[in-house]
Write a protein that binds this ligand. Structure first.
Ligand SMILES: Cc1cc2nc3c(=O)[nH]c(=O)nc-3n(C[C@H](O)[C@H](O)[C@H](O)COP(=O)(O)OP(=O)(O)OC[C@H]3O[C@@H](n4cnc5c(N)ncnc54)[C@H](O)[C@@H]3O)c2cc1C
Length: 262
């Protein structure tokens, strides 16, 4: 890849490590260009040169804004234009990275509250991997609840390790373990906790399991990252409980981001 043919909208970064979690999921750590600034929870365009052209897709940054490197957590889509190639990168390979991270899953979008629910399905956990290592989240909220719903048990590994690793984090390690509750659920295989998060909210099982009151706009805040259908259903439940959607310019009780287009 020749640096001089790069479009102005992208820069180059090096793959520092690759980890394959399952046959459909992998994680990348790449170098962080010194000019790249972002807020924990944002996404950025990431990709490769293919046939002399940049092929880029939106990716949530899975590491916090203070980290020296950039982490990503990716699906492998069968025949997917980018991920059928991206899954084969190795340490030292060059990737393309957009200059302008953006997104709605940021702490600026939320009013302070007592309890923050981070509601993720699939790779939608990636922005929460960033946010749970961000010290500000512990200043703004007393309790953090990370829910992660996947089809199969083996797809929970990334989240399990993320939560277990918080104790070792240099910035939040002292505070996070006592404040974060992890709530994994599985939809298509036997597991201790089955079902979609929407059903678990609707039936009240989530709150009974956690030993907390039902959703209440006075105390509860939420961030949602999943499929369009999951977002629509979850948004309706939150709005039904009186929570109001926020944005960076007008902070509210919850914010949403799709985990993929389509
Ligand atoms: C704001 C935003 C943030 C994103 N963050 C991530 C991320 O952190 N990690 C990630 O893996 N992807 C993420 N995506 C999706 C990503 O942009 C690509 O769609 C994905 O990398 C597949 O690229 P592709 O070219 O191989 O296939 P595409 O042609 O982009 O996608 C093919 C089809 O695969 C399905 N698909 C795509 N991505 C996913 C996914 N993540 N989970 C389940 N099904 C999917 C969709 O049905 C899609 O129509 C994000 C998308 C958006 C809009």
């Amino acid at each position: 890849m020749q640096a001089e043919v790069l479009p102005r909208s992208v820069t180059e970064a090096r793959v520092l490590s690759v980890r394959h979690w399952t046959d459909t999921l992998f994680a990348l750590r790449i170098s962080r260009p010194s000019s790249l600034r972002f807020r924990s929870g944002e996404f950025v365009m990431l990709g490769l040169m293919v046939d002399g052209r940049p092929l880029l897709r939106a990716y949530s940054i899975a590491s916090p804004a203070w980290d020296d490197g950039l982490d990503f957590y990716s699906i492998k889509v069968d025949g997917g234009p980018l991920t059928s190639r991206l899954q084969h990168v190795r340490t030292g390979d060059r990737l393309l990275l957009g200059h302008k991270p953006t997104g709605t899953l940021v702490l600026d979008g939320l009013r302070p509250g007592r309890r923050l629910y981070l509601l993720a399905t699939g790779t939608g956990i990636a922005p929460f991997a960033s946010l749970l290592r961000e010290p500000e989240i512990y200043e703004k909220f007393d309790e953090l609840v990370l829910t992660h719903t996947c089809r199969y048990v083996e797809q929970l590994g990334y989240g399990e390790e993320l939560v277990a690793g918080l104790a070792e984090d240099p910035l939040v390690g002292d505070i996070a373990p006592a404040r974060v509750t992890y709530y994994p659920t599985v939809t298509r295989a036997p597991f201790a906790r089955r079902g979609r998060i929407t059903n678990l909210i609707e039936t009240g099982a989530l709150f009974r399991d956690l030993g907390v009151p039902p959703l209440d706009a006075a105390d509860d805040r939420a961030m949602i990252c999943g499929s369009m259908a999951m977002i629509a259903d979850t948004r309706a439940l939150l709005e039904g409980a009186g929570l109001i959607e926020g944005s960076s310019s007008t902070p509210g009780d919850f914010v949403v981001e799709k985990a993929f287009a389509g």
